[in-house]
Structure formats: C-alpha cells, structure tokens
Write a protein that binds this ligand. Structure first.
Ligand SMILES: *[C@@H]1O[C@H](CO)[C@@H](O)[C@H](O)[C@H]1NC(C)=O
Ligand SMILES: *[C@@H]1O[C@H](CO)[C@@H](O)[C@H](O)[C@H]1NC(C)=O
Ligand SMILES: *[C@@H]1O[C@H](CO)[C@@H](O)[C@H](O)[C@H]1NC(C)=O
Ligand SMILES: *[C@@H]1O[C@H](CO)[C@@H](O)[C@H](O)[C@H]1NC(C)=O
Ligand SMILES: *[C@@H]1O[C@H](CO)[C@@H](O)[C@H](O)[C@H]1NC(C)=O
Ligand SMILES: *[C@@H]1O[C@H](CO)[C@@H](O)[C@H](O)[C@H]1NC(C)=O
Length: 470
C-alpha cells in the first residue's frame, strides 16, 4: 500500500480504457471503501478482537456486494487493506492473518468451512460470492509457517503476505496473489521469492491480478498483459495521490491506455461505487487501439529551434530540464539524457500570472527503490517564479487550443496522462497517434494542469531483491 497523506478527492474507479462491444460484455463493479481501522497499537490484539474488526468491515462490503449483484454485476473489486487497514507492525498484524491455500486445492470455503481448520474471513468472503452469485475480489493477509530448513525463513518462523483473493460465483477460491512490490512502509509483510503471475479464466474473459505499487514495475504487471494476454486486470489498491504525475485517476487511467487493457480498480479512503460495462475480450474488439511506436514521430523530426533558455527544476527529488513556454503559441524542444521532448502548442488565453513549462527527465527515480523513468511533460508551475516549477499544483486558468507532445522514448511502455484544473481527467478530449504523439482533440474544455508522457525503462531498474527496505 501507499500510506495516505494529503488526499485529493479520491476517485471512483471503473476505467473503460476500451470501449465495450455491444455483445460479449460483462458488468463490473468497484467499491471504494472507507476502512474502519483498528486501534493503532504495537501490541497484537486477541484474535477475537481482530475478527470483530474485520467483520465490521466485511459487513460494509457485504452490503456493497449485494447491491452490485442485484444490479447485475458479474464481478466486484474491493480495495487493498480494505478489511483491516494498514497501521501494523509485523507482530500486530499477525492475529488478522489466515493461511490461504493454493487455489489448486479446489476449495469452496462456504460449503466446506472446516477443511483446513477455521478460516472465518475466507469463509465469509466465499459465502458472499456464492450467496450473491458474483465474483468477489478482496485483499487479505496470508501466513505461511517456515523453519530453519529454509534459510530465508524470517526469525519469527513465518512468512506474512499482502494477498489478493478471488472467489467465483460458487464461492470457490480461484485466485491467490502475493504482492511482490511492497511499498516501503509495509514492513508487516514479506514478498514472495519469485513474482507470481496469477491469472484465471471466466466466461467473460481472462483475468490477471496485482496490487497497488506493483503497477509501477515490470513483474508481474506488464507480464500479465504483454505475455499472458489477460483481457482485464484486477487492481485492489490503497493509493496515495502524488502530483503532478502519480495521482490515482491520472496514472491508473494512463497505465490502462498505454497497456491497452481493461483495468478494474478499487482504492481505499473514500466510499464511492461505480459500475461499468466492459468488453470481455477487448483484443477482439474492432475498437481495440492500435500498437503505438512511441518514438516514431519524435525521432523523425529535427529539434525545434528556439531560445536556449533551459533551466533545472525538481519534481519531488527528480531533476528535470525545463523550458518556459513564453508565448501564446510555439514549437519547443527540451532534451535530457537520451530523451528529447517536442511540443507544439497554442494557448487560448495566456495570462501573465500563469507559467507553463516543457520538461524532460531521463533517469533513475526513487530513493530506497530506484527505477528508471523517461518523462516528457507540459506542466503548469504553481507560481510565476520559475523556481517553483515542478512543485504540485491543483488548479489552472489557462486553456489550450491545442497541444501535441512527443518524445524519443527508448521504451514501448509509455503512459499518456492529461489532467485538467481541479485534478480532473479529460476523457475523450485527447488521443495518441500511432507515431507516438499525444494530441488534444478539437480544443480542450477546461484549463490544463499537465499533459505528460510517462515512460518506464524497466530493464534499467534496480533488481528487485535490492528493494528490501526494512
Ligand atoms: C469522496 O469522493 C467524493 C466524490 O468524488 C467527493 O465529493 C468527496 O469530497 C470525497 N471525500 C473525501 C473525504 O475525500
Ligand atoms: C449466505 O446464505 C446463508 C443461507 O441463506 C446464510 O445463512 C448466510 O448468512 C449467508 N452468508 C452471507 C455471507 O451472505
Ligand atoms: C519505432 O520507430 C523507430 C524510428 O523509426 C524505429 O527505429 C523503431 O524500430 C520502431 N519501433 C518499433 C517497436 O517498431
Ligand atoms: C545552450 O546552452 C548550454 C548551456 O546552458 C550550452 O551547453 C549549449 O551549447 C547551448 N546551445 C546552443 C545551441 O547555444
Ligand atoms: C510548428 O510545427 C508545426 C508542425 O508540427 C508547423 O506546422 C508549424 O508551422 C510550426 N510553427 C512554428 C511557429 O514554427
Ligand atoms: C481562460 O478560459 C477559462 C475557461 O473559459 C476561464 O475559466 C479562465 O478564467 C480564462 N482565463 C483567463 C485568464 O482569462
């Protein structure tokens, strides 16, 4: 999970990155749950108290699941940490964990609750799925005992995993996924020795599943889509909004578009629900977006000439190369490392008290965990002082008549982001051409905060085991 901090209005999540076909669709629901948190204590509570707290959260989820099923949903996604929260030490989370078997055991906890000894959380989730005849996606904690015959067994004699589970319409456990890319404060959990690419088939397409911070890395997120060719990704998350490039709605919708896959996600913090119809097999749809060569246009043109007036600015801790957009319209290029970013733009109303820049970044991001970003961004600065460029900004007044942004990316994994004033998405108002240009369509209805091409060079990331951060 990513801890909450300065949250923007959290968001509903049902991203139809791909338009559904008239036939061969399914109805999906997501429920963003405001988790009822246990008391913040370092001491483990008695198991009975842990179960009581989890039941309180499951009471709320049960209402949402019933309602979704009554409205015809085939599947419902609930958030990461949605049943007990995130404020734990390794010891204090222990009473909340259940041993979760591998789905190959073919188990319906609702009808066979004592097969593996008491597992009340799995039993209840299974019954919610079975009673309502709906796939239920939830995030709970798994525990697996180990001993000294396993050299990496933790000192307390058990592995503890942040785990997604899926129960089908019969209540059968059909998927179990142990989160691989733990966020740095998740010291209550271990990550699995190897990343797990978990998929399952349904009458409405092939599904894959991963959790929160996983979405920023190659394994298992990209593997599920590019290699295993899932139709829909399930994504329980507890996401912290980070401007300018990583607010939940912005980055998650961009990832779904860049990967050309359905993404169903539920975040914590805010009670919202949404239902949407999706294509069961988007790759077969006539509206499936074409593959994009993200560098084709940018490598085909000369750098736009212009004033040599770049400057450095920081976006959180990353040092970007920026150039101010001085005029109402223009063509600009900014380069950093191997990346050159080109922008053609026209503003409809430029005022003196709003400054925009074109920025480029090509390098390792992160302090404890280093992973490679390539970013081209058209970005509003929070004030008229250039030294503030790169700091978060939530509102703007300048509308753009048009923009076209491209970059000489060294990757095929680029996620297109457009954010309007008030941290709002701009669905239908931009497009990505096959040659890699992110372009506005027919004028934009609201003032712009940022238009960004967020690229990931996974092969330059630090290897995963180095990401341990205890
Ligand atoms: C929750 O989301 C709704 C709708 O997006 C928003 O109006 C509300 O302010 C949000 N509440 C919190 C506490 O973020
Ligand atoms: C499921 O249905 C059974 C029988 O109708 C009922 O006893 C049980 O409480 C229900 N459980 C859930 C989780 O809906
Ligand atoms: C994209 O276009 C560039 C420039 O023409 C070319 O070198 C590269 O091979 C293309 N990439 C792919 C994946 O087709
Ligand atoms: C632009 O300025 C940089 C230093 O700020 C310098 O290295 C570079 O040669 C200049 N380029 C041109 C075309 O003047
Ligand atoms: C900017 O580039 C576009 C092509 O992308 C060209 O049509 C236009 O004339 C250029 N404008 C300027 C001011 O150079
Ligand atoms: C620019 O246009 C937008 C939308 O019409 C408006 O809200 C904003 O106030 C305008 N800004 C200026 C500086 O006129």
């Amino acid at each position: 999970m990513l801890p909450s901090q300065a949250l923007l209005p959290a968001v509903v999540f049902a991203l139809t990155a791909l338009r559904a076909l008239a036939s061969d669709t399914f109805l999906a629901a997501v429920y963003e749950h405001a988790v009822i948190l246990p008391p913040a204590t370092q001491e483990p509570v008695p198991p009975r108290d842990a179960l009581a707290l989890m039941n309180k959260n499951m009471d709320v989820l049960e209402g949402a699941i019933k309602e979704a099923a009554q409205q015809g949903a085939h599947i419902i996604v609930t958030p990461e940490d949605g049943i007990y929260g995130w404020q734990f030490t390794r010891e204090s989370i222990y009473p909340y964990l259940e041993d979760i078997p591998d789905p190959v055991v073919n188990w319906i906890p609702c009808t066979d609750p004592s097969r593996f000894g008491p597992r009340p959380v799995q039993e209840r989730l299974s019954c919610m799925a079975r009673n309502n005849s709906i796939y239920v996606v939830a995030n709970i904690g798994d525990k697996k005992p180990c001993d000294s015959s396993d050299p990496s067994c933790p000192r307390d004699g058990r592995y503890q995993y942040n785990t997604d589970v899926v129960f089908d319409t019969q209540g059968k456990l059909v998927a179990r996924y142990h989160k691989y890319n733990l966020f740095r404060s998740e010291t209550q959990f271990d990550y699995p020795k190897e990343p797990e690419a978990v998929t399952f088939e349904t009458p409405f397409g092939k599904f894959g599943i991963f959790t929160c911070f996983d979405i920023l890395f190659y394994e298992p997120a990209v593997v599920l889509v590019s290699k295993m060719q899932v139709d829909t990704v399930l994504f329980p998350t507890a996401w912290m909004n980070v401007l300018p490039f990583l607010t939940a709605i912005e980055f998650h919708s961009a990832w779904a578009m860049g990967m050309r896959v359905n993404l169903l996600l539920a975040n914590t913090h805010n009670t919202t629900k949404a239902m949407t119809e999706l294509s069961a097999h988007p790759r077969l749809s006539p509206t499936y977006p074409p593959a994009i060569n993200w560098s084709l246009y940018a490598t085909s043109i000369k750098k736009f000439p212009g004033e040599n007036d770049t400057f450095s600015g920081t976006v959180r801790k990353d040092i970007f190369t920026f150039r101010e957009l001085r005029h109402k319209d223009g063509n600009y290029t900014v380069c950093q490392g191997d990346l050159c970013c080109h922008l053609v733009y026209q503003m409809s109303n430029k005022t003196r008290d709003e400054i925009y820049v074109l920025g480029a970044f090509d390098g390792l991001h992160g302090s404890l965990i280093k992973y490679h970003w390539q970013i081209c961004t058209l970005l509003k600065c929070p004030s008229t002082s250039l030294s503030t460029c790169g700091q978060p900004v939530e509102t703007a007044q300048t509308k753009f008549e048009m923009f076209s942004l491209s970059g000489t990316f060294g990757t095929s994994y680029v996620f297109p982001e457009v954010l309007y004033s008030g941290v709002q998405l701009a669905p239908g108002e931009f497009e990505v051409l096959r040659d890699g240009r992110l372009k506005s369509k027919n004028g934009m209805s609201k003032p712009l905060i940022t238009a960004t091409l967020f690229g990931r060079l996974y092969e330059k990331d630090q290897p995963h085991p180095l990401r341990i951060s205890l």
